[in-house]
Design a protein around this ligand. Structure first.
Ligand code: AHM
Ligand code: MG
Length: 336
């Protein structure tokens, strides 16, 4: 692991503010707000195992408040923090049916960014003490400032993202993000609640030896994907690959970025567009991947070029080391 001398996330944000082309300090404030919410959610995630002692979801706690499920709680914390700081004009969340407008009807309100968020991804892993994550994606609104945000502000292709990142609540908690100028990772020192730059300029290895896919769905995959999985398992130059699947996109992606690998959630005969959401999961991870010399595809075209039509749209997802994504695309195209 590369380390630079004790640089905190706060210092890094200030130092790099000038390199961002539309810099007015607003994006920096926004990333600072996400940093704060991440610490709050991290604290809650770490207490998850104590739920039976402190009370389960639906119970009333000592302050007379309802205990919330962790994914609902994470959603509330991120939305509250962004609302309180009044730094975005709209939020869309995987946990909400519709997008949220924030004072954007008020012409004094000049904020220009919208945030899309998956507050707690991989939530089926919470109850079993396996790592989960938060994913965020930031765009400039396309409608005029001082008018209410519209669906159009959220349905932008991933190529328009100005920033994206994730937090992985793992053996340590990390915040990894890009503003379109490379990818940097910060590790939380829980003793003092500060993120430190621990992984500067993260890069996917050109190719790797790990494939991550839910093989329980194998019989439902297309022939091209089945052939690629068979290829991963065959003897060959550098093969067989090894299979690693946590079932938390953020964690699987994070490991593959460090070690080299591919994450796949293909379409199947059970789910014609796969499972993952274009706006909350695939676009931000694709932006990070491309900024880290990786690649992200729906099997036939780059994720970042897809024009979204709905907030909760799903899309097949192949993401990771460039050569591996290109290889699976070849298999898919041969069997089209
Ligand atoms: P979620 O947003 O409901 O948590 O679903 C997304 C997660 C990903 O993190 C993970 O890679 C995938 O779903 C696992 O799905 P499956 O259990 O079908 O393999
Ligand atoms: Mg999710």
């Amino acid at each position: 692991m590369q380390t630079k001398k004790n640089k905190t996330l706060g210092e890094f944000i200030i130092e790099n503010q000038g390199s961002f082309q539309y810099s007015s300090g607003e994006l920096s404030k926004l990333i600072n707000a996400i940093r704060l919410a991440a610490k709050v959610v991290n604290h809650e995630v770490n207490k998850a195992g104590l739920v039976d002692i402190l009370g389960t979801a639906g119970d009333v706690n000592i302050q007379g408040e309802n205990q919330q499920k962790l994914d609902v709680l994470a959603n509330d914390k991120f939305i509250q923090t962004l609302k309180n700081r009044e730094i975005v004009c709209g939020i869309a969340s995987e946990e909400e049916d519709d997008f949220i407008k924030i004072n954007s009807h008020d012409e004094r309100h000049q904020n220009k960014y919208v945030v899309l968020i998956d507050p707690l991804d991989g939530s089926s892993n919470i109850d079993v003490n396996v790592s989960v994550g938060t994913i965020f994606s930031i765009y400039r609104r396309v409608t005029p400032v001082g008018t209410p945000v519209t669906l159009e502000d959220f349905l932008q292709p991933g190529n328009n993202q100005v920033a994206a990142g994730y937090i992985v609540y793992g053996t340590s908690t990390m915040l990894v993000y890009t503003t379109g100028d490379g990818v940097n990772g910060f590790t939380l020192n829980p003793a003092i609640g500060t993120f430190y730059l621990s992984h500067p300029n993260m890069q996917f290895p050109e190719t790797g030896k790990i494939y991550s896919v839910n093989e329980g769905n194998y019989v439902h995959f297309s022939q091209g994907v089945k052939d690629y999985i068979k290829y991963c398992q065959e003897e060959g130059k550098g093969r067989p690959y090894t299979s690693r699947y946590i079932g938390s996109l953020v964690s699987d992606f994070h490991r593959n970025m460090i070690k080299g690998g591919i994450y796949m959630y293909p379409k199947s005969s059970k789910a014609s567009d796969g499972k993952l959401r274009l706006l909350y999961e695939c676009n931000p991870m694709a932006f990070i991947a491309e900024q880290a010399n990786g690649k992200a595809s729906n099997g036939t075209k780059p994720i970042l070029e897809i024009i979204p039509t709905e907030l909760h749209q799903r899309v097949p997802f192949f993401c990771g080391s460039k050569k591996m994504v290109e290889k699976v695309e070849t298999f898919i195209n041969e069997k089209k």
